[in-house]
Ligand binder design. Structure first.
Ligand SMILES: [Zn+2]
Length: 149
């Protein structure tokens, strides 16, 4: 980080703030040489998240794909677009905050299932039936039984 006044690369962070855009960090820095202050914006680099599919193939994490899967399961349920957007954002954040840049598709599915279950049982059942391999099958059967009763 070069000082815009004197060009020195030695600076210290005096303040760090996350801006509205969660991916951007605003830092106030003070140049150690000329003592002037300046602001930098750092963008958290979009780490490429890799999803490992059941067959072992790897593909780039696709937010839109995840979203459309949830939308399909949530048609005519109490799950709103806002809920879906929130689920996707939370999952993406959790994944990016994780230790590995690689994640099994099963894990992603489980995360969605857990979140859907809290909002709407029907959407959860639908999601689970499409992505059966993603969920604990016994738990799933229990849910279905409860719904049918
Ligand atoms: Zn300077």
């Amino acid at each position: 980080m070069k000082c815009p006044y004197c060009g020195s690369t030695e600076s210290e962070v005096v303040e760090t703030r996350t801006s509205e855009d969660v991916d951007t960090i605003r830092r106030r820095r003070e140049c150690l040489k000329c003592k002037k202050r300046f602001t930098t914006y750092e963008r958290i680099e979009n780490v490429n998240l890799v999803v490992i599919k059941k067959d072992g193939k790897r593909e780039q994490f696709d937010r839109d794909k995840l979203k459309s899967g949830i939308i399909r399961s949530s048609e005519k349920t109490a799950v709103s677009m806002e809920d879906i957007e929130k689920i996707v954002t939370e999952i993406e954040r959790e994944l990016r905050g994780g230790e590995s840049v690689e994640v099994e598709s099963k894990k992603v599915g489980q995360m969605v299932a857990v979140k859907l279950k809290k909002i709407d049982k029907v959407a959860y059942i639908r999601f689970a039936s499409v992505f059966k391999r993603f969920v604990d099958i016994e738990d799933f059967q229990e849910e279905v039984k409860r719904l049918i009763k």
